[in-house]
Design a protein around this ligand. Structure first.
Ligand SMILES: Cc1cc2nc3c(=O)[nH]c(=O)nc-3n(C[C@H](O)[C@H](O)[C@H](O)COP(=O)(O)O)c2cc1C
Length: 354
């Protein structure tokens, strides 16, 4: 039983991880409806879309859910020469792969964080979680005053302490195993690749608020293992990627069960920020230019139309197939069914009645 989630009315110690770009209101509603905490990663959504998707979740279920944002500056400095060089490289790659799509310069590189945060405040989810940075104490308090609990993502003990000092209600520790972008904000990404078995008990000892465990947890056994190490709840992302409610491309869903652990690595070349996923043909092709590519969110915006076109063409080898290290343990099934299966396994591993 989760000390954090239970008082909110969430039955199970299970959080479906926010997965920007791959989650849908239907996925969140299915998980929350089945007694877990569904989370909508809204990092790529403009404020209006965030509000609409939150309304869709509310229309589907009368249960708590989470909204999640990337904490970023509102504006970014851009090296125009670097952008032009990256566009030439990316366009040449698409041409050599026989895809007609070319890069475009978007009107904005990313939605403005302060506008997204205002929309999140208006949406008033039961839980708001954040990655890539820290809110100010005032921002944390503003959310709490609206009865929104705040969860900060940490990839090191220092980051967990920083969130606790800002007044967060809980921490989500993201072990090195975790799929998707690293939440790291105080360190160079390669310095904060701490495995969950080390990071979780270290963090539990360092802060006096509940800690969620994320990274490589794919079944009920993993949830119990995390609980034994002090986790208040487990946050699973990759496990939900192959659900019919997930928006991951079909080729990506097909590749997950065959995703060999040694082929899953830290990748910069899709987004300009460290993220865990499958090292595929695109990653190999861009490897020689790693040092020349623009940082997040510029590269992320430049590659977005290319990834969409490659996904539509069924080219899993050219899209960002984010996944955690244990991806091959994925079980494609409807999300509510997966929640029920996870909780049966959890009960069996704990030797308690389901
Ligand atoms: C496709 C994908 C997208 C993700 N997007 C987000 C996000 O928007 N916000 C966030 O805080 N974490 C995001 N994550 C990371 C998860 O919160 C979590 O740390 C991770 O899924 C746990 O590891 P696992 O995938 O092995 O379960 C994402 C993960 C994946 C796989």
């Amino acid at each position: 039983m989760s000390a954090f989630l239970r008082p909110l009315g969430v039955e199970h110690p299970l959080v479906q991880a926010p997965m920007s770009g791959s989650n849908t209101p239907a996925l969140v509603a299915a998980v929350s409806g089945a007694g877990g905490l569904g989370s909508l990663g809204a990092g790529y959504l403009e404020p209006q879309a965030l509000l609409e998707q939150a309304a869709q979740i509310r229309a589907a279920i009368d249960r708590p859910f989470a909204l999640n944002l990337f904490v970023l500056p509102d504006d970014f400095e851009v090296d125009e020469a670097q952008v032009d060089a990256a566009r030439r490289r990316l366009d040449a790659l698409m041409e050599s792969e026989g895809l007609a799509v070319r890069t475009e310069r978007p009107a904005r590189w990313a939605p403005r964080f302060s506008d997204q945060l205002a929309a999140l405040r208006e949406a008033r989810p039961a839980v708001a979680s954040f990655a890539f940075g820290l809110l100010s104490t005032a921002q944390v308090r503003e959310l709490q005053a609206r009865n929104v609990r705040v969860v900060g993502t940490a990839t090191s003990v220092a980051e967990a302490r920083a969130w606790a000092e800002r007044g967060a209600d809980a921490i989500c520790v993201q072990g090195a195993e975790a799929g998707g972008h690293r939440g790291t904000f105080l360190h160079a990404p390669e310095e904060a690749l701490v495995g969950l078995f080390a990071l979780l008990p270290l963090t539990v000892a360092a802060v006096d608020i509940p800690v969620f465990a994320a990274g490589g947890i794919m079944d009920g056994r993993g949830m119990v293992a995390a609980e034994v190490l002090g986790a208040d709840a487990s946050q699973l992302g990759t496990a939900f990627l192959a659900c019919p409610e997930s928006a991951a491309a079909e080729a990506w869903k097909r590749d997950l069960p065959q995703a060999a652990d040694h082929r899953i690595g830290t990748i910069y070349s899709f987004s300009g920020r460290a993220a865990r996923g499958l090292r595929n043909r695109y990653v190999a092709a861009m490897q020689p230019f790693a040092g020349e590519l623009p940082p997040y969110p510029v590269l992320n915006a430049l590659t977005a139309p290319l990834r969409r076109a490659a996904a539509a063409a069924g080219r899993g080898d050219l899209i960002s197939e984010w996944c955690g290290q244990a991806a091959a343990l994925v079980r494609p099934m409807p999300a509510a069914e997966l929640v029920r299966m996870l909780m049966r396994e959890y009960a069996a591993a704990r030797c308690t009645p389901a």
